[in-house]
Design a protein around this ligand. Structure first.
Ligand code: ASP
Ligand code: MG
Length: 406
């Protein structure tokens, strides 16, 4: 049995926590499993490093930033290996380039190409515990790269895949994936098993327990994930391939995001090429458009509404203003105070009436729907931001997700 165990920043936040993790890993080993450990930087460390960089350069050089950020994980893996040795067991720490975790050369959001397994296997075969720095890699030019925020999850899954591990455990400070955010909705429940597809939708819609790329990776290679707490021994949530029992549940989770903004362009001339002329420059600016609604008026004019990440709102507005002038659109309006609430569930594929039920629930609570978008296993509604909590709670209850109270 080979298990890859990844511990997040809160689990290795200080020396005491690191020692506790060492105890945990050794316990798994005593039970007979081979373990590979992947670690994040201490909680807050990556943010602290980014802040340092910004103090010396307005827009930190991407190459140098990666050299800097990779130090966060260097601290935890070395300390962890020492803690293991202190307990009479053997561990060897590996920076990204030592494994090596081979990536493309894109600083700040590199993608893993390959992970040769010889070094890790050798260490495993000699009964030692390999400890891999998450989040970092090396390009074919020998440059240090990082995978993007939260990237240690992806390191863990990738290592698990190349080593043909039986399981990849992601240890975090919550005890699993919840039906919705327990801070907003106290009756949220921990989910025992969820499919990769649902987890991916939940992650992209705002559930923060797992980095979305790691789920994509796990799904592609069929690597089972177990998201669980490093503070307890109770099982967390298994993220696995879909099976029939999952389809019996109509809605598995409710998510929300307050990080979008809405832009509306009215009275756009209705002719071929207009959408392209609006959205090409936006995508060239690397701004990801989420929902788009186009409404044709009776005349030869059309209205176009779409959402962008709130952080890109100003830049998107600038671009749209320029395009609007060129194509002769009449008016532009923007709104940052929106939220997107979504319901997710593989059971939706075979059941009708889920969307209308969602609209009903929102209506009964006096919440106006501004935009709607659907996929096979998800329905999202944009609403006024101030109704976020109300909407989440109402949907959670309405779809029968509330904890049973005795
Ligand atoms: N330390 C990195 C971050 O904070 C990577 C990770 O923890 O997954 O984003
Ligand atoms: Mg994380």
């Amino acid at each position: 049995m080979l298990i890859v165990q990844k511990y997040g920043g809160v689990s290795v936040a200080n020396c005491d926590r690191i020692k506790e993790v060492a105890d945990r890993v050794i316990a798994s080993k005593k039970q007979g499993a081979d373990v590979v450990v992947v670690l994040s930087a201490m909680a807050g460390e990556t943010d602290r490093l980014i802040d340092l960089a910004r103090q010396v350069q307005t827009r930190p050089d991407p190459r140098e930033l990666d050299v800097l950020l990779s130090t966060g994980e260097q601290i935890t893996i070395s300390l962890f290996a020492m803690a293991v040795k202190e307990r009479g067991f053997e561990a060897v720490s590996f920076l990204g380039y030592q494994v090596p975790i081979e990536t493309n050369p894109v600083h700040g959001r590199a993608r893993i190409h390959d992970i040769p397994t010889e070094r890790l296997r050798k260490v495993l075969e000699s009964g030692q515990i390999p400890v891999v720095a998450g989040f970092q890699g090396i390009s074919s030019e020998g440059e240090i790269t990082t995978l993007g925020r939260g990237g240690s999850d992806t390191t863990a899954v990738a290592v698990a895949v190349v080593l043909h591990a039986d399981l990849c455990e992601i240890y975090t400070d919550v005890d699993g994936v919840y039906t919705t955010d327990p801070y907003i909705c106290p009756s949220a429940r921990k989910i025992d098993r969820i499919s990769y597809d649902e987890m991916m939708e939940m992650a992209s819609l705002g559930a923060k327990v797992l980095e979305i790329r790691s789920v994509e990776f796990a799904m592609r290679y069929g690597m089972p994930l177990h998201v669980r707490s490093s503070l307890t021994d109770s099982p967390g949530t298994y993220v696995v391939a879909e099976d029939e029992t999952m389809e019996e549940v109509l809605v598995s989770g409710v998510t929300y995001s307050r990080n979008d903004a809405r832009i509306t362009i009215t009275k756009v001339p209705d002719r071929p090429g207009i959408a392209a002329s609006i959205f090409n420059p936006i995508s060239e600016a690397d701004i990801v458009v989420d929902m788009i609604i186009q409404n044709t008026r009776a005349t030869d004019l059309t209205d176009m509404t779409f959402t962008v990440p709130e952080k890109d709102y100003e830049e998107a507005m600038e671009i749209v203003k320029k395009v609007a002038r060129e194509i002769g659109a009449e008016q532009i309006a923007g709104d940052r105070d929106i939220a997107k609430v979504s319901i997710v569930g593989v059971g939706m594929r075979d059941h009708s009436g889920v969307a209308s039920k969602m609209f009903d629930i929102l209506a009964r609570h006096g919440i106006n729907i501004l935009m709607i978008s659907t996929s096979e296993i998800k329905i999202s509604c944009v609403i006024e931001e101030k109704y976020t909590e109300l909407a989440v709670r109402a949907l959670h209850e309405g779809f029968g997700l509330n904890k049973e109270t005795d």
